[in-house]
Design a protein around this ligand. Sequence first.
Ligand SMILES: *Cc1c(COP(=O)(O)O)cnc(C)c1O
Length: 371
Amino acid sequence: MTIDLPLQAPSAAGLAWNVTPNAEARSEAEREAILADPGFGNHFTDHMVDLCWSEKGGWHRPRVSPYGPIELDPAAAVLHYAQEVFEGLKAYRHADGSIHTFRPYENAARLQRSAHRLALPELPVEYFIDSLRQLVAVDGAWVPTADETSLYLRPFMFAKEAFLGVRPAKKVAYYLIASPAGAYFPGGVEPVNIWLSTQYARAGRGGTGAAKTGGNYASSLLPQAEAYEKGCQQVLFLNEGDRLEELGGMNVVLVRKDGTLVTPESDSILEGITLASILRLAADRGHQVEQRPVTLTEWREGAASGDIVGAFACGTAAVVVPIGRLLAEDFEIVHSGPAAQELALSLRAELTGIQYGRVEDRHGWMLRLDA
Ligand SMILES: *Cc1c(COP(=O)(O)O)cnc(C)c1O
């Protein structure tokens, strides 16, 4: 298979990408078979993008290469001390065939904030955007066309220096890989049940909760397994003083009877781009939006008095999903009324409408990647 790209072409960001086409790229028929039912995170495109960083040389060696294993020294710091950060965003196919992504400058800025917290170098925003363009230039055919499908983009950065002393690594790698994603809810969006974890926390004050780093996910796996045992799909974490935090990978929003949306604020919550966008769309519609500390007691009492009529979770993968039930060791909150669910679904429809080019992008959130 040949890929129509000049080798070593200087890009808009000024990087001279070294492009090695994948001689074993999947055929169109193989690709189409995967895209017909991609699932999530199972399949990867034919190429990957990477850049190196060293203390002496800064960011260098921009490459587009065949997708494949990474060679790492067994002493690479990431394998021992988890100095790693990542991002997650999607490429969407519009009706005219063009390929777009959603608020990538926010992801670029968040990757820098996460990197700062993990003592990793900050990738320049333009390099981040350029990496997305490079991958789409070679693997654009992997962006599926069916409703609610996308190409999930996974940028990540890790300490690759071989050194067992504990200090920030002097050699770091940035990679971008991509994985076609099917519709998250093929049978329509269903409310989820959430398990309240009281034994475990995902983050503490001053910790890494606000950074998108693998360690937060590692520590959520055991409580997540507990959630499954209790018949729940997700787990809700609390912080000190019974304050609501978030789910393992999604932010939470409570819906009050008067339409006010309330989302917890704390310096250990990951600042979701989906959350910010949903709150913005709601505010545009005239909803009051409150971002402030919220306690579990407030949710319980509000649900009991009828002031809080529902809740939903949001994040890039699932977009928006209503919460039907919060289950705890010794109580539960049930939100079965339609009002909050309908609001969540209508905000979801507006946001996905923008992402797929069906609804006017009045905030200028979309960026075309294939031109
Ligand atoms: C990525 C992530 C989210 C959601 O962020 P989006 O930008 O909306 O995808 C929420 N919580 C955690 C812990 C995350 O890692």
